[in-house]
Design a protein around this ligand. Structure first.
Ligand code: NDP
Length: 291
């Protein structure tokens, strides 16, 4: 079994990005600039945004964090987004999800100009992804594709099973794995909560990508011998440790890992790759602005 080391791979990618930023600056270009909007103070969102800001600093990016009150109105939030759309100093920006319940996420996503949509969630970005046109790919699935590629996992002709069909992970993951690209060219089965006899599909997977948000849901009996298993899930499970919780993936790692050819750990697998992809998209946005 080989561990798909997202932490190390993300570090390599960030070093490559930092080198390109430095070379661009020597040629007179400004630093790429990523802005993030954080509404309210959800603990997990705070952690994710803080990691993104830190990664920006490591790569020589400029970063701006806009903290907005949890009670902000829909119109006020859309106004902030419009300001970022029109701010020439900002190459790309994200709105950290989930948003408080009174805000309409879809309206917010659609308000982001596709040229600055470095999370790749705008319908224009999603459409281009499906058509295999150049665009900003959603950070988590893009990160998984890079992790597979850089770890030497061959995907062409394999049966990939994706568990979960969210717009930010499962659904785009199924599209990327099925595209006529390398990595890609898989035969893909997309499963969800209404799938009958889920295990009969997961057991057929050469590549199993799990993104449902239910800790340790996938057990050894649901996995084929020799499978590649990518665990996207991150759930805080309360315990009596110092932090008060442990991060758990959607895969029961201890029982599943011995059966796998490759597997991602949680933490240290998909999470760091998501951040590396966001930085790659932002660097690309800075390049696109210049061209
Ligand atoms: P969502 O809650 O948006 O989607 C969950 C999906 O899982 C849905 O499609 C749902 O089906 C499906 N599902 C739920 N229960 C079952 C079941 N019993 N059998 C089969 N399918 C089921 O989650 P996200 O995609 O946003 O996130 C999933 C996990 O990944 C979470 O733990 C999240 O924290 C993590 N995550 C990690 C990231 C990282 O960088 N590592 C980035 C983003 C997310 P249905 O559509 O029918 O409801």
């Amino acid at each position: 079994m080989v561990l798909l080391d997202g932490k190390a791979t993300s570090k390599d990618i960030q070093a490559e990005i930092a080198a390109e930023v430095s070379s661009r600056m020597q040629r007179g270009y400004k630093r790429p600039h990523l802005a993030a909007i954080l509404v309210g103070n959800d603990g997990a969102s705070e952690t994710y945004v803080a990691s993104k800001v830190k990664a920006c600093e490591r790569c020589g990016f400029e970063s701006t964090l806009l903290r907005l009150n949890a009670n902000i109105s829909q119109d006020e939030l859309l106004e902030q987004i419009e300001q970022l759309n029109n701010d020439d100093a900002v190459d790309g920006f994200i709105v950290q999800l989930p948003l408080p319940a009174h805000l309409n996420e879809q309206l917010v996503i659609e308000a982001i100009h596709p040229d600055k949509d470095v999370d790749g969630f705008h319908p224009v970005s999603v459409g281009k992804m499906a058509l295999n046109l150049p665009t900003y790919l959603p950070a988590t699935p893009y990160g998984i594709m890079q992790l597979l590629e850089r770890s030497g996992v061959k995907t062409a002709g394999k049966h990939a099973v994706v568990v979960g069909r969210s717009h930010i992970v499962g659904s785009p993951m199924s599209i990327l794995l099925a595209r006529n690209t390398e990595p890609g060219n898989c035969t893909v089965t997309l499963t969800h909560s209404k799938t009958a006899d889920l295990a009969s599909f997961t057991r057929e997977a050469d590549i199993l990508v799990v993104a449902l948000g239910r800790p340790e849901f996938i057990t050894a009996d649901m996995v084929k011998e020799g499978a590649v298993v990518v665990d996207v899930g991150i759930t805080r499970v309360d315990d009596d440790s110092e932090k008060g919780y442990t991060l758990k993936g959607d895969v029961h790692f201890d029982s599943v890992a011995p059966k796998c050819s490759y597997i991602t750990p949680v933490p240290g697998g998909v999470g760091p790759m998501t951040i590396a992809s966001l930085l790659k998209n932002t660097l690309q946005a800075a390049r696109d602005k210049r061209s």
